[in-house]
Ligand binder design. Structure first.
Ligand SMILES: NC(=O)c1ccc[n+]([C@@H]2O[C@H](COP(=O)([O-])OP(=O)(O)OC[C@H]3O[C@@H](n4cnc5c(N)ncnc54)[C@H](OP(=O)(O)O)[C@@H]3O)[C@@H](O)[C@H]2O)c1
Length: 326
């Protein structure tokens, strides 16, 4: 494994992490025993970073991660969880970053993960109804109480990051970033208040923050999991991504096909190209990709054994140039 060290976080972090969303049951392929097996195998392969959130599987992913880390594994890993997304009985989500809600959420996450502290506590999405000062002061309070070690912001505008930074250090940022979504303006049907490559990475570098690119495989499109006619099961969360339908899907799929043709020329699998394109960027700390099988995880870790060469990178960057702002 290759580890990365950033100024704001003391422990080195594995360049490949594991995103735990698909351990919660919202995707096609999850079952708890398999998820625990993947988490253990990841640690054996040198992965020390796990990204999770209460909303993944409606608390289930945090419980699965907590169960997997029992028996002495907790101290070997960095756990990044989140707050700020609540839901009703129909699983309709809403944003809440009020003091009252964060104080309840942190204790819930500590209990489900069965840990004393969370290494990186991230605000999942902005909450326009709560003043930044209230949220930032609450984060400072739970940090001083020892419940969290670092604060992270996910999906925030860089102007807001600067406002938080004046009250509580923002040591980590998380944003949508992969070869075909570099400065994209939406995630599912949610407009994004940031341009990842042009804005977020600039702040990350300025402060020496960790940066976690999410959906690094574009939910599986970039690894060749989809066909042109792809069909997900009716419960698969990917049905909610409008980029996987109609003309937009056609654009992304043809981008994938061009990349896959070049990958074949290079003699490298697409999943490894996704990992290395991200890993070879200075600002990228841990790639929090999901893996639904052990084989996928092992394949992604294998990307650590080689680098994309400069002349290959130039060709790849040429292929993805039309997607810079898509
Ligand atoms: N902060 C946020 O708002 C936010 C939003 C989304 C995600 N995230 C985080 O980012 C993590 C990852 O993002 P994501 O789940 O959206 O998508 P992703 O990592 O881009 O895609 C995961 C999917 O890619 C496929 N895959 C992975 N490795 C593969 C391989 N070696 N070969 C073939 N296929 C492979 C699998 O698809 P199949 O399941 O079809 O096999 C897997 O489920 C999440 O778990 C979560 O922690 C954060």
């Amino acid at each position: 494994m290759i580890n990365k060290k950033v100024k704001r976080i003391e422990q080195p972090i594995s360049a490949l992490g594991v995103g735990c969303w698909n351990f919660g049951g919202d995707w096609d392929n999850s079952n708890d025993d398999k998820s625990v097996e993947i988490i253990h195998a990841a640690i054996d392969l040198g992965v020390n970073f796990f990204d999770v959130a209460p909303v993944y599987g409606w608390y289930h992913s945090e419980k699965v991660l907590g169960k997997a880390l029992k028996g002495g594994l907790r101290d070997k890993v960095t756990i990044a969880s989140k707050c700020g997304l609540l839901w009703d009985e129909n699983h309709k989500t809403r944003n809440d970053l009020s003091r009252k809600s964060i104080l309840e959420e942190i204790d819930g996450s500590l209990s489900r993960l069965d840990v004393d502290y969370i290494d990186i506590y991230q605000l999942h999405w902005p909450d326009p109804n709560t003043p930044i000062e209230e949220t930032a002061q609450t984060l400072l309070e739970i940090k001083e109480a020892g419940k969290i070690r670092h604060v992270g912001l996910s999906n925030f505008s860089q102007a807001d990051v600067e406002k938080f930074e004046k009250i509580v250090p923002v040591d980590c940022q998380q944003g949508l970033y992969n070869m075909l979504e570099r400065n994209t303006s939406s995630y599912h049907n949610i407009p994004l208040e940031y341009k990842t490559e042009d804005e977020m990475l600039v702040t990350v570098k300025k402060y020496g923050q960790a940066f976690l690119p999410y959906s690094p495989y574009m939910q599986g499109l970039l690894t060749g999991r989809f066909t042109r006619e792809r069909k997900f099961s009716s419960t698969d969360i990917r049905n909610e991504n409008p980029k996987f339908f109609g003309e937009t899907y056609e654009k992304y799929f043809s981008g994938y096909e061009k990349l896959a043709a070049f990958a074949a020329e290079m003699g490298r699998p697409m999943n490894e190209i996704c990992v290395n394109w991200l890993r070879q960027k200075e600002e990228v700390t841990s790639i929090i990709g999901g893996a639904s099988t052990l084989k996928q995880l092992e394949g992604n870790v294998h990307a650590m054994t080689w680098d994309i060469q400069p002349e290959e990178m130039e060709i790849i960057n040429g292929i993805i140039e039309p997607f810079r702002y898509l």
